[in-house]
Structure formats: C-alpha cells, structure tokens
Design a protein around this ligand. Structure first.
Ligand SMILES: [Zn+2]
Length: 424
C-alpha cells in the first residue's frame, strides 16, 4: 500500500452570506473531491489540541500524530530543518523577521515584503557585524529568517510582530517567562535562581541584539535604496518563537511500512516538519504558496515520488491565503484549482495502478474568510483506498457532510493510525 495525503491549508470555513449561506467547500464545484468522499470514509478531525493556538505548525504536528507537549519547539526550530540549518545540543533557534520600525513603532512585520535577494545581503551584513558571540544569522525567504543562540533559554516571552503592527515596540521587548507560567512547556513549580537568571540573561542579550540591529541597518545601502524607491526599510530584526532542537522521531519509527517518503510544500514551516518526520522535501518550480502556484507541477511531483516511495505529503497553501485576504470567491477558486489540477490528475493516474493507494484529503484548520484568521474548529477529512474501504453514505466533501461520516469527530492523534491502518 502507498499513502498520499493531500492537504489544502485553511480550506475549511464557515457559511458565507455572499456564497448563499454556503461554505467555500460547499460552494465550490469539486466533483473529484466529492467522489473521494463518496467512495471513502469520512469524519471531522480536531486538529488543534486544547490550549494551543490554531497555527499551521500546531495542526500539522497533530495530524502527523506528534505529542505537542513533547515535541513542539517553535517556528524557528521547524523552519531551520527546511533551510538545512542543524540545531545542535545547547542551541536555541528563533524565527527572525526583518521588520520596519519608524518613530519607535513597528510599521510592518515583513519589511514591506522584502525580496529574498535584498534580505540575504542584510542577513550576511548582520552575521558579519552581530554574529559570533553565540549568535548566528541564517537567510530564509523574504522577511522570514533564522537566528540561533548558543546557550539561550527558551523560557522567554516574545511577541509575533504581525500581532503588533503599528504599535510602539518598546512595550513588546523580550521578557523572561515569569515563574508562575507552566504552559505549554513543562516547568517545575519552583524554579532555581540559576534558571531564572538564565531566562533574564537570554532576554537581555536578545533585546541588546535587536537595538544594535536598528543602529546598523538603517544606513545600509540596501535600505537606503529601498527608502529612495518609497519602499519600507528592513530597519530591525524581530526574533520570536524560541525553541530547541525538536525531539521528533521519524514516521518510519512508528510505522515501519513507511520506509521512504516525501513532503511537497512551498512553505518552510511545513517542509521543516516533514524533514523532522523523516520525509525528503521535493522542490517544485513555480510553487509560490499563493493561488497562482504550480498545481500541475505539484501533482506530477507527488505521482513521481509515489512510484517508488511509500508516503507523500502534498501541501497547498493557497486557500489559507485567500481566507486571510477575506476573499470567499478567491477561496472557492483555490479549492476548485486543487480539485481540477491536483486531485483529478492524481486520481486519474492512481486508479490505473496495480499497487493499492490510500488517499487522505483534508485541511489543517479552518481560515474563515469572515474573520480572516485561523480557528480551532474540527475539519472535514476523508480517507479513500483504491483497494476499497466501504463508503459511509457521505456524498460530498465539506464541513457539514463529513460530520455525518462513519468516523464521527476524532482527535488528530488518531489520524495517522487510521490512515496507515495500525489498528486493523
Ligand atoms: Zn495552515
């Protein structure tokens, strides 16, 4: 048996007035996705464990069956794997945004969507001037980079810069996590003075680094050129989401039948999770993470990988972006693209294969257009096997139909076992 997961990021939604009270999944014309639901088994999956924010990284780790309390180490640590940067014992990794600061305020979290080309010059400049002394800077994509710190303590309070656009940064500098905080990381009830000092020292050093970056970045030629062109400057670093090396065992340890697998995604965070799960990231030209992504290329890459591998995780970001844009029509279109340009060609091909294939179709979390952000509501999922698995009367792939499926509502921790048939 071969296994293919097709995940449409943020695809689930709520009924939308302008779509006649339908959700984008209900409004979309998606015959192949409906066919999968009709010939497969369906249910709702609760992908965001209690106490966690509904981020893509949380939902994906939960879908992969990882215990978040044990393995979650923050975005930086996950993205590092995709960037090919190892995190050693005793090192802390953080997502490091390039942000625009003006008059003491964070103007935007993305330095005006700075290009990777310009950002890589600035990241090298930061490495040359502020690297060493336990810090190293690594270039990612656009405004999303990586900062590593030797001996850092991850129990610090950082604020995602996209949450504080327009606000004075001074109130959001990094603080040591207070003694009473026990969530989500395990912390002993009484902390040693060395632990508290370690937290304070980490926060102090990072704040110093942020202020130093402001001093040297504004006069850099890249920024001067950006300012002249009327673009936002990358005037500061903003490190957040700290963590150590994730202790994630590869999927093959849990499921020996998954000897070899691939992850296909335009998003570093998802690729990084795949890498820690033991999957090989496949580069697809023209995979943008937006509605104009190379759907055909991704489908082709998935089919090619499946030919001699056991497991492929195919992630498409587009519908999440449409949800964040609050654009239900665009969201419907991204879902139809997923159906016509990925699900249809994949289905066409695998139905002709001699080797049986299991296909799972699901979002990671809803990104309702009405609120333009993620929610923790359970998402529809379907599991179809070319070898047959008994239909359950569900005829369409959407939030309300799936609720009537034979799986009912399950926690995400059950998904991989069900899909890989461990319990049978
Ligand atoms: Zn997501």
């Amino acid at each position: 048996m071969k296994y293919l997961v097709i995940l449409g990021d943020g695809m689930a939604d709520r009924p939308v007035q302008s779509l006649g009270g339908k959700t984008p999944l209900q409004a979309a014309d998606i015959p192949e996705m409906d066919w999968l639901a009709e010939h497969g088994c369906n249910g709702l999956l609760a992908t965001v464990p209690d106490g966690y924010a509904p981020g893509s990284e949380i939902a994906h780790l939960a879908i992969f069956g990882y215990d978040l309390d044990r393995v979650f180490e923050g975005r930086g640590a996950l993205e590092a794997a995709s960037m090919g940067v190892p995190i050693e014992e005793g090192e802390m990794a953080m997502r490091c945004n390039l942000v625009t600061v003006e008059d003491g305020r964070i103007l935007n979290h993305s330095a005006g969507q700075i290009s990777t080309e310009e950002a890589s010059v600035l990241m090298s400049f930061l490495q040359d001037n502020l690297g060493g002394d336990g810090f190293s800077f690594h270039t990612g994509v656009s405004y999303r980079h990586l900062l590593k710190m030797k001996g850092g303590n991850k129990h610090i309070v950082c604020t995602p810069p996209h949450d504080i656009a327009g606000q004075p940064y001074a109130g959001y500098m990094i603080r040591p996590e207070p003694e009473t905080s026990v969530f989500p990381q395990t912390a002993p009830a009484v902390l040693s003075s060395a632990e508290l000092a370690g937290r304070a020292e980490t926060a102090r050093k990072l704040n110093e680094l942020i202020l130093k970056s402001m001093e040297i970045l504004s006069s850099h030629p890249v920024n001067i050129a950006r300012a002249r062109a009327g673009k936002c400057m990358a005037s500061s670093i903003w490190p957040w989401s700290p963590g150590y090396r994730p202790m994630m065992e590869p999927l093959s340890e849990r499921y020996p039948q998954l000897r070899k697998g691939s992850v296909i995604s335009a998003v570093d965070l998802i690729k990084g999770i795949g890498v820690y799960a033991g999957l090989v990231p496949v580069k697809v030209e023209g995979a943008t993470g937006l509605y104009d992504t190379n759907y055909e290329g991704k489908a082709e890459a998935a089919l090619k990988a499946l030919e001699d591998e056991d497991f492929v995780f195919l992630h498409v970001e587009a519908s999440d972006e449409a949800g964040h844009d609050g654009d239900p029509r665009l969201k419907v279109r991204t879902i139809e693209y997923l159906n016509d340009r990925i699900v249809r060609p994949v289905l066409d091909r695998i139905l002709k294969w001699d080797c049986p294939v299991s296909v799972a179709l699901l979002p990671d979390h809803p990104t309702p257009c009405s609120i333009r952000t993620h929610t923790a509501d359970p998402v529809p999922f379907t599991i179809f096997r070319t070898s047959g698995c008994g239909a359950d009367g569900v005829r369409e792939f959407d939030e309300f139909s799936a609720a009537k499926g034979c799986y009912g509502t399950l926690p995400a921790s059950r998904f991989m076992d069900l899909f890989i048939e461990q319990q049978l």
